[in-house]
Ligand binder design. Structure first.
Ligand code: CP3
Length: 341
């Protein structure tokens, strides 16, 4: 197996810089579109055979150094007893959002083997097929909570922040349940064979540091501490838009910190202490002309040369409009410029 990615996560010397992209399996690939043309997104997420197929697509096409399980961070929220819909173009919708104590009481903390067997089966199938490491993942409790409280995506997160500020007891009872669910879910993924785990905190950057410290970080710390009791797989924590939160995200307990593109990776490395880093090309930089894209990648690799470990990635998910050829140019450039034989 090509274990370059795992070595970089642990801060060990690697022959070259490993690369994978967030959302590497997805709509920018005609091969994915073809599968998606036959089933809904939720049907896709619940079919281990189709999830395996779309997870493998970008590995076979571009030669990424790690695969990420195809699923969605909201799958375990449905397993908690919440109705979840994906509307074309509008993203995820929870038609019955969490508003009060009764709503929280109705949530149950699922046994992953019982309520999400398809995810664990996908992991087992993938481990038989892959020759690069498999990353499992979850959302971070705060990010998951925003979807449950807002009823879907949001811009200003009024309902979430109002609950934090006006009813912190209700908020923490919700977050406790999401945290328990997520701990069990990630433990189950590691047990099924996931070789690294990434926690996506996509909305962490909308919080003031003081609120991040009270309403988001402790739950991530709890999950990671709980995982450390049962597994030593590398843990990646990605707090999107989190440059100003770095002094705090470094205390989450992760091995690797994911970085978005709003911070220069050199400045981030100076502030992350003993962590490896993952990132951080602007996903839309993939639209640059080839020469400029390659120059930017060269600079990024050079800026990251003093990292304890560097995993090349985008600063957030690849955009659906990205020409696949541009992804190929980027992956090849990372490999060539970092010395892959
Ligand atoms: O390749 C991979 O990265 C693995 C698969 C993956 C998906 N979602 C598939 C997906 C992963 C890791 C996720 C994580 C996820 N899901 C996050 C965290 C990462 C981030 O982007 O910040 C979030 C916030 C979600 C919730 C979610 N799922 C939203 C907001 C949307 C709609 C927006 C969009 O991109 O369409 C989804 C749908 C979704 N998840 C798609 C895919 C491939 C598109 C569904 C389709 O095929 O129509």
């Amino acid at each position: 197996m090509n274990d370059t990615f795992l070595k970089a996560c642990k801060g060990e010397q690697t022959e070259y810089t490993p690369v994978w992209f967030m959302r590497q399996a997805g709509r920018y690939l005609p091969e994915y579109q073809k599968v998606r043309g036959k089933v809904s997104f939720l049907e896709l997420c619940k079919s281990p055979e189709l999830c395996t197929e779309v997870t493998l697509q970008p590995i076979d096409i571009f030669g990424f150094d790690a695969a990420i399980l195809f699923s969605d961070i909201l799958i375990p929220m449905e397993a908690m007893n919440l109705k979840l819909e994906f509307h074309e173009g509008a993203g995820p919708v929870f038609p019955n959002p969490i508003r009060n104590k009764d709503d929280v009481n109705k949530l149950h903390v699922p046994d992953p083997e019982e309520s999400m067997p398809f995810v664990l089966e996908t992991i087992r199938l993938l481990r038989k097929e892959l020759n690069v490491p498999l990353i499992g993942f979850s959302g971070a409790p705060f990010t998951l909570a925003t979807y449950l409280i807002e009823g879907g995506s949001s811009k200003v997160f009024l309902k979430t922040k109002r609950m934090m500020f006006q009813d912190p007891t209700l908020y923490s009872s919700l977050l406790d349940k999401i945290t328990d669910c997520t701990s069990k879910y990630l433990r189950a993924q590691a047990k099924a064979g996931a070789q690294a785990l990434q926690i996506f905190d996509s909305w962490a950057g909308i919080l003031a540091p003081v609120d991040y410290l009270r309403f988001a970080l402790p739950y991530v710390q709890r999950i990671i501490a709980d995982l450390r009791e049962v597994t030593d797989v590398p843990i990646i924590y990605f707090a999107n838009n989190g440059a100003t939160l770095l002094p705090h995200t470094t205390t989450a307990g992760a091995d690797v910190l994911g970085l978005d593109w709003r911070i220069n990776i050199k400045d981030a490395i100076a502030g992350v202490g003993n962590h490896a880093v993952q990132g951080n090309l602007d996903p839309i930089a993939l639209f640059l002309p080839q020469k400029e894209l390659e120059k930017r990648i060269a600079t990024l690799l050079d800026d990251a040369k003093d990292a304890k470990g560097h995993i090349f990635n985008l600063g957030h998910g690849i955009q659906p409009q990205t020409p696949p050829d541009q992804a190929r140019i980027a992956v090849d450039a990372v490999h060539r410029l970092s010395g892959k034989p």
